[in-house]
Ligand binder design. Structure first.
Ligand SMILES: [Ca+2]
Length: 339
């Protein structure tokens, strides 16, 4: 997205904010090309808001609770400001939308002074749901997207990076989140976001349109979206689940979710884009070189080449053996005919 496009996108988001999140056409100029029309509307089956009716109920409701997560009147508390807690809330309905925007209204607060609080929370769009684990309270080697609001710098040499820090990771199941390095080896992008102990509302938006992943934040109390992450060529399968999870360790914080609002975005596609954006089976990021994550249509790996040559040789030897056996049988038959 060019500078012009980015500005327009942000203006659209801010305008939408003021318009009370009604259906609104926003213009998204991609790469400085012709502006395209975007239309949106709230999908209740993937959204979570007050009074959180049915949340955590076994029989009804759209959201499940996990671990220490609790429904309060004004928010859902993923973790309290207590050591060694973890909690999550997961949507029960898989999302089959192709283009969407998730608006997260959250609050992080606690007694801990600067950098003596932790660990933050994650927003997920993943194949698996309700699985506790080490990545902000959820499973590692996940399939899909994770956006992390990391409030504690685990890596010591972080002088150039100020925390809290927001980052994103796309995983095809093969990557491990490096907790000791705050996920740096696998992050797609990120930004600093001073989100703790604020008296105004804090929001972030994850937008996925035409394989472009963007994260915007509104944390200064000015009702303005600020760019945080912008990555093209992100392929996410449909039918995954939205969720959010959090964990505390030696350090803690209250991690509260006030609302999750999922908007379906309707965008126009050229026939080429239609073709390109057909079904995706594995999460992947184009032109990204991370250990263990390879884009499709890569040149053949050494192992694959070895296996192909090896099995070709085995088949060749097998064919020769069969040939010899058949030849001997045929000779025997011929001899029989002579006598
Ligand atoms: Ca961390």
């Amino acid at each position: 997205m060019g500078a012009r496009g980015r500005r327009r996108g942000k203006m659209a988001a801010a305008g939408r904010w003021r318009a009370g999140l009604a259906v609104l056409a926003v213009a998204l100029g991609l790469g400085g090309a012709a502006a395209e029309q975007t239309e949106e509307h709230l999908k209740r089956e993937h959204s979570l808001s007050k009074p959180y009716q049915g949340v955590g109920s076994a029989s009804s409701g759209l959201w499940d609770l996990l671990g220490n997560a609790m429904v309060m009147t004004q928010f859902i508390r993923l973790t309290p400001d207590v050591q060694s807690k973890q909690g999550a809330v997961w949507n029960r309905v898989p999302c089959y939308l192709r283009d969407w925007e998730m608006q997260v209204h959250f609050r992080i607060h606690g007694q801990g002074k600067k950098n003596l609080n932790g660990d933050g929370f994650a927003i997920w769009y993943t194949k698996d749901r309700m699985q506790p684990g080490p990545v902000f309270g959820s499973k590692d080697n996940f399939l899909g997207l994770g956006v992390f609001v990391d409030t504690y710098p685990n890596e010591e040499k972080q002088q150039e990076r100020v925390f809290p820090y927001i980052s994103a990771m796309v995983n095809n199941g093969s990557l491990t989140y490096d907790h000791d390095r705050d996920g740096r080896p696998t992050e797609l992008g990120g930004c600093t976001a001073m989100v703790r102990n604020l008296n105004h509302d804090t929001f972030l938006v994850i937008r996925y349109v035409k394989r472009r992943l963007t994260v915007l934040i509104d944390i200064d109390g000015k009702h303005e979206w600020r760019d945080c992450i912008d990555v093209p060529g992100v392929r996410l399968p449909r039918g995954y689940y939205f969720g959010t999870s959090s964990v505390t360790g030696d350090l803690s914080d209250n991690h509260d979710i006030i609302s999750l609002k999922l908007y379906q975005l309707t965008v126009e596609r050229t026939p080429e884009e239609e073709k390109r954006d057909r079904e995706v089976f594995l999460p992947v990021v184009d032109n990204l070189r991370l250990p263990g994550m390879e884009a499709p249509l890569e040149p053949m790996s050494g192992l694959a080449l070895f296996l192909i040559v090896f099995f070709s040789l085995v088949a060749f030897v097998f064919a020769i053996v069969i040939g010899i056996i058949l030849y001997n049988k045929w000779q025997e038959q011929s001899r029989k005919h002579f006598y």
